[in-house]
Write a protein that binds this ligand. Structure first.
Ligand code: NAD
Length: 349
């Protein structure tokens, strides 16, 4: 394995920390990309990787993404990410989570964790017994915090509406056809918000029963999980996996707008160029999907209640508008404009 700073995804990360705990089987990486704006905030992923190299690469890439997301969300937080290397059986014990909590504690508050793939609220509660540098914990009514999903859905909903206004000149989602790939926490919440405003929905999920059930409830139709990206719709909203916008999938798009909640939608930076060259309006993923991190970071900082979270979600459309206006003025792609703005905010222009 090459030295960490020789890996292609190393981007002047401030620290990459390796932890192991023999008694519990914990092996984990915490990557701190930047603390320029505050403690490095970002969830922990619990995943079975093919090898350690892949886990380190994931931590490097995801922590950098969090620096950009938090900066663009106006949060006093830097970017970091935890990765726990699960075994093939994905064994996760309270003792292992406690060891991970102690690992976070040893960083003295430079890293603050939250939910990510494979980690739920109960896991964070277990981690929280060993460290206070944890967010996404259960909270009381009216307070910031808890499950980030609903806040992410609301931010994406507001961003989709901004895109509809910008590209189609419509003030409402009523009658607008939105195709959603992945109807889990984020995509499902988005579908409900859009349905309440009268949008026409096409839903797809690898869990076909899940998509069918929601479509029946909300009055939408169902499409195949792969074909959903190429159906004719006013908006394509990726809310499942990353790296789904590729040369091939972009060539097959039949929509004027791509705006969804999934992280890392562009397979490569050039795919942002491909979207732009096709005249498709793109909502940079880490700008539109920041609702969840806004919610849990305010929880951690003890800054504000649910009303403050809602107020900050309302700022997402304006941020997208700024990016789209800059993109139109300079000819630079939406994705590259967002990256440039984020880099300036974290002092790396
Ligand atoms: P989730 O697990 O609740 O839902 C994901 C859904 O996508 C599931 O229903 C799954 O069956 C479906 N799916 C998986 N692969 C698919 C495929 N190839 N085609 C169609 N459907 C597929 O996860 P989530 O929390 O809703 O997150 C969805 C995306 O949003 C992820 O990319 C995540 O990183 C991103 N995100 C989530 C949050 C949050 O607050 N939960 C915040 C920011 C970004």
């Amino acid at each position: 394995m090459p030295a960490v700073w020789d890996l292609p995804d190393f981007d002047a990360h401030e620290g990459v920390h390796f932890f192991s705990d023999e008694a519990t089987g914990l092996r984990a990486v915490i990557a701190i990309h930047s603390t320029h704006l505050g403690p490095a905030a970002g969830g922990t992923r619990f995943w079975h990787y093919a090898d350690a190299n892949e886990a380190v690469t994931d931590a490097l890439r995801l922590s950098r993404g969090m620096s950009f997301k938090n900066a663009m969300a106006g949060l006093p937080a830097g970017g970091g990410k935890g990765v726990i290397l699960a075994d093939a059986n994905r064994t996760k014990t309270p003792e292992m989570l406690a060891a991970f909590g102690r690992a976070i504690e040893s960083l003295g508050g430079r890293y603050v964790t939250a939910e990510d793939v494979g980690m739920g609220e109960a896991d964070l509660v277990a981690i929280g017994r060993e460290t206070r540098h944890v967010s996404g914990l259960p909270v009381g009514e009216g307070l910031a915090g808890g499950d980030p999903g609903p806040s992410t859905s609301m931010g994406v909903f507001l961003g989709v509406k901004a895109a509809i206004k910008h590209k189609l000149g419509k003030d409402s989602a009523a009658g607008v056809h939105v195709a959603i790939q992945g109807v889990g926490s984020v995509g499902g919440g988005l579908a409900r918000l859009l349905a309440a405003e009268g949008a026409k929905l096409t839903l797809a999920d690898v869990d076909q029963a899940r998509a069918a059930k929601l479509a029946a409830e909300l009055g939408g139709s169902v499409a195949d999980a792969v074909n959903i990206l190429s159906i004719a719709a006013d908006v394509i909203s990726p809310c499942a996996l990353g790296a789904i916008l590729t040369a091939e999938s972009i060539a097959a798009l039949n929509t004027p707008i791509v705006a969804g909640g999934a992280n890392n939608q562009l397979a490569t930076p050039e795919d942002g160029d491909r979207l732009h060259n096709r005249g498709i309006l793109y909502a940079p993923d880490y700008v539109i999907n920041a609702g969840g991190i806004i919610n849990v970071t305010l929880e951690y900082l003890g800054q504000g209640d649910r009303a403050e979270v809602e107020a900050r979600l309302q700022l997402i459309p304006g941020r997208l508008e700024t990016i789209w206006a800059e993109s139109a003025a300079t000819g630079e792609t939406e994705a590259r404009v967002a990256d440039r703005m984020a880099m300036a905010l974290i002092g790396r222009a």
